[in-house]
Design a protein around this ligand. Structure first.
Ligand SMILES: Cc1cc2nc3c(=O)[nH]c(=O)nc-3n(C[C@H](O)[C@H](O)[C@H](O)COP(=O)(O)OP(=O)(O)OC[C@H]3O[C@@H](n4cnc5c(N)ncnc54)[C@H](O)[C@@H]3O)c2cc1C
Length: 408
């Protein structure tokens, strides 16, 4: 690709900056005081975060910046993913919460554009844009994570409604979501990838029990979701019955691309931390910072690659797996370095720690990207098989009816 900015890009950047200057406060996003982890530890913090994010989402929606890649007729700008990152990069320099509704905007929206009916698109897409409806992703189960196609939550058609029973887990944001994109088994008599159907589950319907899980840093991010004979209108089925695996693959591809797109912090902030802690002349620290800086640049270039492929209509393939692995490595290396820089103070948390414990939160957040959206090991399998041409994993269960598979 050509790295020089085209006239179209320069014009778009200027338009984005004008909008951001008019509606938000510039923070540069690179100083230590600008570093916000956006983690909530209490219900009140959660609500305050959600209110702030919702207000900003509405401001963006009114100006057509809420989902720049969506078609114009659905409230987007029809921009290529590459051009859309220009806006995200500018937005990162302002004091706003830009990525709270990423499941709806970056994952469900594009999936509905691909698989949803015209009626579903006109009902749900505007409400995603304005954050009236917040969506979550009801895929993983206690017995089905990496092996997602082995899921056992079942849905049975009763007249014009599905009756759904089962359990989901690790559902990010389920405790404040209105709808969830659910994968359920609707035909156990065919092999596991074929008997799955996707549908939009109303999160406040009778029979939905959301139980928040508290994480290692005390924050509430994801949940267990118990489903007990929940009735879902058949009109909420996304894609043809039995084609849920295709819907899932679309949504997971969009998820991987969006994980690579946003950073929790910048290396410049770790350089500032090194200075503030009087460690910036230490040659080992400098070496570690240099390594992180290299990863940050690599991620930028890998991001261009994935988004260029998407702009040409090519589904990002193993590139997004490579990018996800580099993201994991970046957060691992950075997380370890930030606590080393704080020395003994690294053992403190929250208000007792330097900078309100932001770096402790980031240190502990490093495990999330290594697992969410497909674990590091699974990404390595994809790269091994599709890039290096290594023999594929043995998948003896591919042609066996789901009903006959041994399950614990
Ligand atoms: C922060 C976060 C947010 C999440 N949000 C959501 C969400 O909103 N919605 C949702 O549905 N899910 C969500 N998840 C769940 C996530 O998708 C799963 O955790 C992930 O797919 C792994 O599944 P698992 O936890 O069941 O682990 P398992 O699949 O049980 O894996 C356990 C271990 O075995 C390894 N392993 C498994 N299979 C293989 C293999 N074939 N080859 C080599 N190693 C293997 C894994 O790498 C891992 O180390 C989230 C997870 C995290 C961490």
């Amino acid at each position: 690709m050509d790295f020089d900015e085209s006239p179209e890009e320069t014009a778009l950047r200027a338009e984005a900056r004008a909008f951001l200057d008019a509606h938000a406060t510039r923070s540069d996003g690179a100083g230590l005081e600008d570093l916000e982890t956006h983690r909530s530890h209490t219900e009140e913090e959660d609500k305050a975060l959600l209110d702030r994010a919702r207000e900003w989402q509405r401001t963006k929606a009114a100006a057509g910046w809420a989902a720049p890649t969506w078609p114009v007729e659905h409230g987007g700008r029809g921009l290529s993913p590459l051009l859309a990152t220009l806006f995200a990069a500018e937005e990162a320099d302002y004091d706003v919460i830009g990525r709270m509704f990423t499941v709806g905007v970056d994952m469900v929206g594009p999936t509905l554009l691909e698989w949803g009916t015209a009626e579903q698109q006109s009902r749900w897409l505007p409400r995603i844009l304005s954050a009236e409806d917040v969506w979550c992703q009801l895929f993983s189960e206690p017995g089905a994570g990496s092996d997602l196609a082995g899921l056992s939550t079942r849905a049975v058609l009763d007249g014009d409604e599905w009756v759904v029973t089962g359990q989901k887990v690790w559902t990010s944001g389920a405790h404040y979501s209105d709808l969830g994109m659910l994968l359920a088994r609707t035909d156990p008599d065919v092999p596991k990838h074929r008997g799955i159907t996707a549908m939009a589950l109303p999160m406040r319907a009778p029979g939905v029990d959301v139980r928040p899980l508290r994480q290692i840093d005390g924050a509430i991010h994801f949940n267990e979701v118990f489903l007990d004979e929940v009735r879902v209108p058949a009109a909420h089925t996304v894609g043809p019955e039995g084609s849920g695996w295709g819907v899932a693959l679309s949504m997971l591809t969009h998820e991987r691309a969006s994980i690579g797109g946003g950073g929790m912090y910048r290396v410049a902030q770790l350089v500032d931390l090194a200075r503030a802690m009087g460690r910036d002349r230490d040659p080992v620290v400098r070496q570690r910072l240099a390594r992180l800086h290299t990863s940050e640049r690599l991620l930028e270039f890998l991001g261009y690659r994935v988004r260029t492929a998407a702009a040409r209509g090519v589904m990002p393939g193993p590139e997004s797996s490579v990018m996800k692995l580099v993201v994991s490595d970046f957060y691992e290396t950075g997380g370890d370095l930030m606590l080393d820089l704080e020395g003994a103070a690294g053992m403190l948390t929250r208000d007792d720690a330097p900078y309100g414990g932001r770096f402790q939160d980031l240190f502990m957040a490093q495990w999330a990207p290594r697992i969410g959206g497909g674990t590091d090991q699974v990404q390595r399998n994809i790269i091994g098989e599709r890039v290096l041409g290594l023999p594929g994993e043995v998948r003896a269960d591919k042609s066996v009816p789901f009903r006959d598979l041994p399950r614990s």
